[in-house]
Ligand binder design. Structure first.
Ligand code: FMN
Length: 152
């Protein structure tokens, strides 16, 4: 049986490769795709592989009308054997780290069964990584950063 892979894109410019990623995964896996609103600026929906369903925030709400209806992010959590977030934007990374869940992608992550693997591919240029001072840090403290030191 083919593995079921849920692949998600957030709004990094690297999402221009999302269609190719889905196409490659679909050669050996059953693939469903989730895209944030920002990532849709980089994704060519016309050339998206026909066998891969591309789901957006609108689908979360069109699938649900009243109590008893299925909830899309829960159904995706149950369906998938693994999740891949590629690319993972700085914004979505921060939201996940903070437990926020205001779109389909982050709702799936918040509901995820961590007995199953989840892979992420952060994709942002160095300035996007941020140099956010730690809580309580003084002006003489070193900033923290999501970037590997070699890229700063
Ligand atoms: C042209 C363009 C390219 C961008 N590239 C990146 C990027 O590579 N990485 C990133 O983290 N954010 C990038 N951003 C910023 C995100 O799109 C922005 O933070 C957005 O709110 C992310 O939303 P999302 O995380 O819900 O997908 C880019 C924005 C624009 C306009």
């Amino acid at each position: 049986m083919r593995p079921r892979v849920l692949v998600a894109a957030s709004g990094s410019v690297a999402a221009i490769k999302f269609e190719a990623l889905c196409r490659g995964l679909a050669e050996w896996a059953d693939v469903r795709a989730v895209a944030t609103a920002s990532s849709l600026h980089f994704i060519d929906r016309v050339s998206f592989p026909s066998g891969v369903t591309l789901l957006t925030d609108a689908d979360e709400w069109s699938a649900w009308g009243k109590i008893g209806h299925k909830v899309l992010h829960i159904e995706l959590r149950k369906w998938a054997d693994a999740m891949v977030i590629a690319p993972l934007s700085a914004n979505t990374l921060a939201k996940i780290a903070g437990g926020l869940c205001d779109n389909l992608l982050t709702c799936v992550v918040r509901a995820w069964d961590y007995g199953k693997p989840i892979f992420v591919a952060p994709a942002m240029k160095t300035p996007s990584c941020g140099t956010t001072p730690s809580p309580g840090a003084t002006s003489t403290s070193s900033p923290t950063s999501a970037c590997p030191s070699s890229r700063r």
